[in-house]
Ligand binder design. Sequence first.
Ligand SMILES: NC(=O)c1ccc[n+]([C@@H]2O[C@H](COP(=O)([O-])OP(=O)(O)OC[C@H]3O[C@@H](n4cnc5c(N)ncnc54)[C@H](OP(=O)(O)O)[C@@H]3O)[C@@H](O)[C@H]2O)c1
Length: 260
Amino acid sequence: MSKIGFIGMGNMAQAIAQGFVKTGKVPAGDLLAYAPHREKLLQNARKIGFEPAESLKALAEQSDVLIVACKPYQIQEAFREIGESVQGKAVVSVASGWTHEDYVRLLGSMVRIQCIMPNTPAMVGEGVLLFEAKHSLTEQERNMVREWFEALGVVMELPTEQMQIGGAISGCGPAFMDLVMEAYADAAVKYGISRSTAYQMVSQTMLGSAKLQQETGKHPAELKDAVCSPNGTTIRGVAALEHAGLRAACIDSIDAVMSR
Ligand SMILES: NC(=O)c1ccc[n+]([C@@H]2O[C@H](COP(=O)([O-])OP(=O)(O)OC[C@H]3O[C@@H](n4cnc5c(N)ncnc54)[C@H](OP(=O)(O)O)[C@@H]3O)[C@@H](O)[C@H]2O)c1
């Protein structure tokens, strides 16, 4: 079994490590991690069960696969500290914006690389894990990494040039969905439902609608049509959303992300 070393143990790394362990994909004993704030690292080690490494160099020396889970701007410094110990390792990166090409520029041919873009629902096993199609892992490593990350949600493969739009939809998407949930909960509260009941009702409606679409494979318009009876109430709400420009607003939100 491969030893997996986390460079950084913040929110995303904890979600990944916990997902691996909880689903039994990787035993906690095969996980190591390094992060600069020692006390926080030790606390997480007690919670998740990984072995805390003394330094980045020690982490790299003891690991077969390194998972880059520090902030994107910390990556160069981290690899400078690791130095030659990275030689021959498989490097899996979850850092936003970093592509296979960026790692090749930084590390040359010393390592084998896979870039992945996760999103926050990965924390509850319902994430979207975008795998950059261009990688340099061996086939066996790729299959193994893919299987590990399936613990966190749905793995999808995208060509490099689509990783940015993929990240805009799945990475920024949770914030957009949250805004919609909040807005409908406000409407429920306006008409007398308690705040906590409102959030539960709205989030379950969103979850259920998503599941219904996934399990039936039906076009969203078909599902919407099924709820809209002639001269009924739902179609009035749909017309109000169209009037307010919901579709254009959704597309605009992605244009705003992509033009940054
Ligand atoms: N959170 C998300 O929703 C999300 C989604 C997609 C992608 N990502 C990517 O996941 C990565 C981590 O994000 P996050 O939200 O988990 O950030 P975070 O909670 O701030 O965690 C960053 C981690 O990096 C550690 N770190 C700082 N400097 C380091 C160094 N020189 N060497 C090794 N570790 C170092 C920090 O340690 P200390 O705490 O000890 O300082 C901390 O454990 C980012 O690259 C981000 O782009 C995150």
